[in-house]
Design a binder for this molecule. Structure first.
Ligand SMILES: *[C@@H]1O[C@H](CO)[C@@H](O)[C@H](O)[C@H]1NC(C)=O
Ligand SMILES: *[C@@H]1O[C@H](CO)[C@@H](O)[C@H](O)[C@H]1NC(C)=O
Ligand SMILES: *[C@@H]1O[C@H](CO)[C@@H](O)[C@H](O)[C@H]1NC(C)=O
Ligand SMILES: *[C@@H]1O[C@H](CO)[C@@H](O)[C@H](O)[C@H]1NC(C)=O
Ligand SMILES: *[C@@H]1O[C@H](CO)[C@@H](O)[C@H](O)[C@H]1NC(C)=O
Ligand SMILES: *[C@@H]1O[C@H](CO)[C@@H](O)[C@H](O)[C@H]1NC(C)=O
Ligand SMILES: *[C@@H]1O[C@H](CO)[C@@H](O)[C@H](O)[C@H]1NC(C)=O
Ligand SMILES: *[C@@H]1O[C@H](CO)[C@@H](O)[C@H](O)[C@H]1NC(C)=O
Ligand SMILES: *[C@@H]1O[C@H](CO)[C@@H](O)[C@H](O)[C@H]1NC(C)=O
Ligand SMILES: *[C@@H]1O[C@H](CO)[C@@H](O)[C@H](O)[C@H]1NC(C)=O
Length: 828
């Protein structure tokens, strides 16, 4: 027993000893300087510190590079501006060159005749300083005993970056305790053989609103726009999910930017490259054993900093940059640079002449002359800007969604510089303009759609302009005119009506000429295709069957109205396209198809757990409430059904096809209609029989969807044990007998809460109750979100539909896709 134990001990000691010898050290002490030829290697072997000569140069530099990849990639150079000149070209080894730690605790680079080539200037004295190369790539100087606290580093290379930003490194400035300002920024190598500081530098510009800036010498080369909650507003959004998380901190004491790889084992570096005048982010690709580019800033060579001067903006068209003046402005002189108010007599705050225009997808102006208040709403922001005559524009400072609106306020004073239109990024910018002039300007241009909306409180004239910036562009163009009310300013209402135009060729190209591969389904009024715009955005295109569409102008008006409806539970209408016989509606693309796809599929329905289902029901109700009540239009959907509820990436439901009935018929006013539009199984009896529709018909359809979500069964397919029950009848019975388990989707097992389930069935029954149906959308939302006492539902009429629309029913059941659900019935 004793022998094997002691043997093992010896072996273990031998092993320890040998591994100590063979593994390279990551720490440098005062006793052992680092000579040219030797290296320090970080603990896990990620980085190596030593001497090197870049390219064909013979100069020696002290630097850090990645250890475990075959391509030598230097990320930090100590003596970049003080090279050790090596006169002996036959060898690089110069044993007289060494890195040491001085008695006073500085790292110093010494050469033959004890010349200091480079030295740290640690501000704190130390007794026993050691230098250590960490696995983050950070070379630190610390007190020997204190090896944990990063606050106590005497010095660190991360505070003096070269041209490379590594994960975890802070890029930006800090007011240090000693009141010394530390500004960490990247400076490019002059060229790949010469690490000395180049012209190009990248860092955080210190103004009241920090932005990232790429500078060429003393002039700004590119600015990122301010941080908007997600990213810097003008940086390109990676096509795929970004490999890194960004962190931006902005306080009175410090302002910096950091990146962290999502996958910690991924090697990532961000580098300023003077040769190509860009900032590049690379990741190491194991497969090709090479660095791959993830991001380039600036995104293109177009629109350099302030290319179009003040009050002008830059856009990219036909592969070149084009300068335009903001609406209401004209070129200062025969196109030198910058724009001025078209009308010299324009007066600030002048009634009917001073107002704001919303311009979408803008890189916001240089924040040099701006100020920010993070707690203001956009209305307060507007009021603040309106008050001060030197205010020229305002915008949200934060566009992360909180509730359904953005927050924060940035206000610009004086000239607006470096504006650029960016189709796939940017944000809304509200610019103070001369409304009077814009009216004329617009009408001279291509097309004007005039819609006057008379509000009972304030008479207001809204002029919508369709500006085809120069000519038809494939990008979305949007101009919104806001007028100041004639009376009380505080009661003033902004009218923001976005108009989006798509070029037909763009859509043809995006959908591969409406190929059947791209067809998503056959919805109401026509087939739906998936498409991808040139800028990478996915869209859904509804191709309206031309027979059903009304006149051009009415159609346009309806689209404008619908695109105005914006709610987190409504599918966003991005725009439309009209070309001869073609009328297309363009929607945002929903990756998760529609609710029926999940609900009625035995394997997919498992993805919808009980909380998710409750959430879906509540969300649809809120979307519907918005359509019915909160939007100014009060739209009745008329064809609400589970296949019209689309799901986004996070399975949030969004109502689609709203307003279509209006758009395609133009006959929707509450009351009787000649033709019935809707889907069997979701139509309220009074609508199906009499063609009478109202908000309550939608509430009925909602009730059916609610019951479908709970039961996982289609209303129209359901037949209960050979009796003539449909889903509604079945719900009635289960509720009456207090047996939710018979009604709730079996795949939920007993994971649901009985009381919640019963309450939902109850609410569903109140929605589908025949006469009188007192339930409206508001009460549905209230009932769903509270625990109030509910009225008793009446027995629903659940047998009549079968008789009524027998013909149509059979047709639908036989159709190959379940999507053909719009039926047109002549009321009897
Ligand atoms: C250059 O290096 C070689 C090899 O180490 C050595 O033999 C030679 O003497 C050196 N020449 C000078 C000028 O230092
Ligand atoms: C050594 O010192 C002299 C001046 O004292 C200087 O001219 C020379 O360049 C130094 N040599 C090296 C290798 O730095
Ligand atoms: C410390 O070194 C940095 C560069 O390494 C330099 O910019 C700074 O002026 C130095 N500070 C002092 C006090 O020498
Ligand atoms: C490090 O060097 C700098 C400049 O040479 C010097 O001012 C400083 O006192 C040194 N640091 C310490 C801890 O002595
Ligand atoms: C700069 O980019 C060019 C082209 O991508 C590349 O060849 C060069 O090595 C880069 N330079 C540095 C210092 O990374
Ligand atoms: C950077 O600035 C210098 C002058 O300071 C200029 O010659 C050079 O062309 C600029 N580089 C770029 C890429 O604009
Ligand atoms: C992280 O990256 C490593 C190496 O590239 C890879 O093997 C691993 O699967 C990745 N992990 C995740 C969660 O993606
Ligand atoms: C735009 O111009 C660049 C350089 O002139 C060219 O490489 C590229 O193919 C052009 N792109 C298009 C879409 O014309
Ligand atoms: C920011 O706006 C809020 C709300 O209007 C106001 O209470 C606050 O005083 C403002 N803060 C500053 C620094 O102006
Ligand atoms: C408008 O704002 C500017 C910049 O903040 C300020 O200097 C000026 O006093 C303000 N004017 C008024 C009338 O408040």
């Amino acid at each position: 027993m004793a022998i094997p134990l002691s043997l093992m001990l010896v072996i273990a000691m031998l092993f320890l000893f040998s591994s100590k010898i063979s593994s390279e050290s990551d720490t440098l002490t005062q006793l052992q300087p680092l000579h040219d030829g030797a290296t320090l290697v970080s603990k896990e072997g990620t980085f190596e510190l030593g001497f090197f000569s870049p390219g064909s140069s013979t100069n020696r530099y002290l630097g850090i590079w990645f250890k475990n990849i075959p391509l030598k990639t230097v990320i930090w150079v100590a003596n970049r501006n003080y090279p050790i000149i090596n006169k002996n070209t036959s060898t690089y080894t110069n044993t007289n060159t060494k890195l040491t730690i001085t008695k006073d605790g500085n790292l110093t680079l010494l050469t033959a005749n004890n010349t200091h080539h480079w030295s740290t200037n640690a501000t704190t004295k130390s007794v026993n300083a050691v230098a250590q190369l960490l696995d983050s790539g950070n070379l630190i100087l610390r007190e020997e005993k204190d090896n944990t606290n990063s606050q106590n580093y005497l010095w660190q290379s991360f505070d003096y970056p070269s041209d490379t930003l590594l994960p975890g490194m802070k890029l930006g400035w800090e007011v240090t305790t000693e009141a010394l300002n530390l500004n960490r920024y990247l400076t490019a190598w002059n060229n790949w053989e010469d690490p000395s500081s180049g012209q190009f530098a990248y860092g955080v510009a210190r103004s009241s609103i920090p932005e990232m800036q790429l500078r060429n010498g003393s002039s700004v080369f590119y600015r990122s726009g301010p941080w908007n909650g997600f990213r810097f507003s003008a940086t390109p959004i990676p096509k795929h999910r970004s490999l890194v998380n960004l962190n931006f901190v902005d306080t009175t004491k410090e302002s910096y930017y950091q990146i962290f790889p999502r996958n910690r084992s991924l090697l990532i570096r961000t580098v300023v490259n003077q040769t190509v005048s860009t900032l590049q982010r690379f990741f190491w690709d194991e497969e090709s054993q090479n660095w791959k580019l993830e991001l380039v800033i600036p995104r293109d060579d177009f629109c350099s900093y302030n290319h179009c001067g003040s009050f002008g903006y830059c856009a990219v068209k036909d592969n070149s940059s084009v300068c335009e003046c903001l609406p209401g402005f004209e070129p200062k002189s025969p196109w030198t640079q910058g724009c001025v108010h078209s009308r010299k007599t324009w007066m600030c705050k002048e009634k009917n002449n001073d107002g704001f225009i919303k311009i979408s997808n803008m890189k916001v102006p240089d924040t040099k002359t701006s100020c920010m208040n993070r707690s203001m709403t956009i209305e307060e922001c507007k009021a603040k800007c309106w008050e001060n005559c030197s205010c020229t524009a305002y915008a949200n400072s934060d566009i992360t969604e909180s509730g359904s609106s953005y927050s924060g306020c940035i206000i610009w004073f004086g000239d607006l510089l470096d504006l650029r239109q960016i189709p796939d990024a940017g944000q809304d910018l509200y610019v103070r303009i001369d409304i009077f002039k814009v009216d004329k300007y617009g009408s001279k241009k291509v097309m004007v759609v005039v819609a006057s909306i008379v509000s009972s409180i304030i008479a207001m004239l809204v002029v919508l302009k369709f500006v085809y910036w120069r000519n038809k562009t494939k990008f979305r163009s949007e101009v919104i005119i806001k007028t100041k009310g004639k009376t009380n300013e505080s009661e003033d209402e902004d009218l923001e009506l976005p108009l989006f135009d798509f070029d037909f060729d763009t859509i043809v190209c995006a959908t591969s000429d409406f190929s059947s591969d791209n067809m998503l389904g056959q919805g109401g009024f026509g087939p739906v295709y998936r498409g991808t715009l040139p800028d990478g955005q996915d869209i859904a295109v509804k191709r309206l069957s031309d027979t059903s569409v009304q006149g051009l102008n009415e159609f346009k008006n309806e689209v404008i109205l619908c695109s105005k409806l914006q709610h987190r539970n409504l599918v966003k209408v991005l725009g439309y396209c009209i070309e001869e016989q073609e009328k297309l509606l363009i929607y945002e693309y929903m990756s998760n198809k529609s609710l029926n796809f999940f609900l009625f599929d035995t394997s997919q329905s498992k993805l919808l757990d009980w909380p998710r289902r409750l959430d879906i029901i509540g969300s649809i109700a809120r979307g519907l409430l918005y359509l019915h009540q909160d939007s100014r239009l009060r739209i009745i959907h008329r064809d609400l059904k589970s296949s019209n509820i689309l799901l986004d990436d996070d399975m949030n439901p969004k109502i689609s096809d709203f307003g279509l009935a209006r758009m395609c018929r133009g006959d929707q006013i509450e009351g009787t209609t000649r033709r019935v539009v809707g889907t069997y199984g979701y139509m309220s009896p009074e609508y199906a029989i009499g063609g009478v529709f109202s908000i309550k018909s939608d509430v009925f359809s909602f009730g059916v969807i609610l019951l479908e979500v709970l039961s996982g069964k289609r209303n129209k397919e359901f037949s209960y044990s050979s009796q003539n029950y449909n889903l509604i009848g079945h719900a009635w019975r289960c509720w009456k007998e207090c047996i939710p388990m018979e009604f709730i989707d079996a795949c939920l097992g007993d994971s649901y809460i009985q009381s919640e389930a019963l309450r939902c069935i109850h609410i569903g029954l109140l929605c589908v109750q025949h006469q009188p149906r007192d339930t409206d959308t508001t009460s549905v939302v209230t009932m769903l979100s509270s625990e109030s006492v509910l009225p008793q539902p009446k027995k629903p009429v659940f047998l009549m539909e079968r008789v009524l629309v027998e013909e149509d029913f059979r047709q639908n059941m036989n159709s190959p896709t379940n999507e053909v659900t719009i039926s047109e019935l002549e009321p009897r």
